[in-house]
Ligand binder design. Structure first.
Ligand code: HPA
Length: 302
């Protein structure tokens, strides 16, 4: 099932390769992980040097349409930054600890702050509309609670402790900075804060699952990000996360003609539109300039 035989030594192999190849002035302090349709974030970088994943020893290879698969090193406002264009997902069949390998490679290269982005479906339809950008204030790690946490296995003491906290994974000062940056570039009106739920995918949620995740406090739901955040927190990085809301999650099965009648009084916010990957990518394209400007402004203000 796994597309790559994983070894912890791959982290060092990849980092050693990149440390040698990337000019010292581009050794990154900031890492950016680009979500679905958000690969354009890398266009914010100047003086770039890039590596396709297949050129980097020890790196896995991304298999999803819309995820190109390269690391781009460069400068944003003079600050050395690396963009990961195309991430690794659990649903591709990779081991979770392989999906987070790039975060540890970034750590070994000197990254202190990680900006993670993703495309997500809205569970909380009143708060998170299509095209909104949600600053992640907290997460629910559903696979993690069921035994799939990227830190399971021997602890890599060199990176962090056996039992790391995550209550402070999304520090307030970075979230405040994001809001300030949004205000400065005039997109504050569609920026929210909320809770991201991680599910493994690749199937989208059933309506009952979507209602459950909303009931336990999720605002949006997606198939990435949380494993990377946990590993970043484990090794002491500060994290800022954004979800671009690309669709409303289906919270009810298709209604029968009877249910459509007024006496059923179903909530108006119920959504019955089937989600699809093309729509997810299209909203990414629609908002990619705003996301790019936002990330650029944040790095500038940092
Ligand atoms: N569910 C899960 N992951 C997603 C969705 C969704 O509705 N939209 C984009 N990623």
């Amino acid at each position: 099932m796994t597309s790559h035989i994983y070894s912890d030594a791959d982290i060092e192999r990849a980092a050693d390769f990149l440390i040698k190849k990337v000019p010292i002035e581009l050794h990154p302090k900031v890492g950016v992980i680009c979500g679905s349709g958000l690969g354009g974030l890398a266009d914010s970088l100047e003086k770039t040097v890039e590596f396709k994943y297949e050129e980097i020893p020890g790196f896995p290879v991304s298999t999803v349409a819309g995820h190109a698969g390269k690391l781009v090193f460069g400068l944003i406002a003079g600050k050395p930054t690396v963009c990961m264009v195309g991430r690794f997902h659990f649903y591709e069949g990779h081991l979770l600890k392989l999906t987070v390998l790039p975060v540890r490679v970034m750590k070994l290269m000197g990254v202190e702050t990680l900006i993670v982005t993703n495309a997500a479906g809205s569970l909380n339809h009143e708060k998170c509309k299509i095209g909104d950008i949600m600053v992640i204030e907290d997460h629910i790690n559903l696979p993690g609670m069921a035994g799939n946490n990227p830190l399971i296995g021997a602890n890599l003491d060199k990176f962090g402790p056996r039992f790391p906290p995550v209550n402070d994974a999304y520090p307030r000062e970075l979230r405040s900075l994001a809001i300030k940056a949004a205000r400065e570039i005039n997109i504050r009106e569609f920026v929210r804060e909320g809770v991201y739920c991680f599910v493994s995918g690749p199937s989208y949620e059933s309506p009952a699952e979507a209602r459950m995740m909303k009931a336990v406090g999720g605002d949006v739901i997606g198939m990435s990000t949380v494993p990377e955040v946990i590993v970043a927190r484990h090794c002491g990085m500060k994290v800022l996360g954004f979800s671009l809301v690309t669709n409303f999650v289906v919270t009810r099965r298709e209604r029968t003609a009877d249910e459509e009648s007024p006496e059923f009084n179903l909530p108006a916010e119920d959504n019955v539109e089937t989600p699809n990957h093309e729509e997810v990518l299209a909203v990414g394209v629609m908002r990619s300039k705003d996301m790019q400007n936002l990330v650029k402004k944040i790095v500038e203000l940092m």
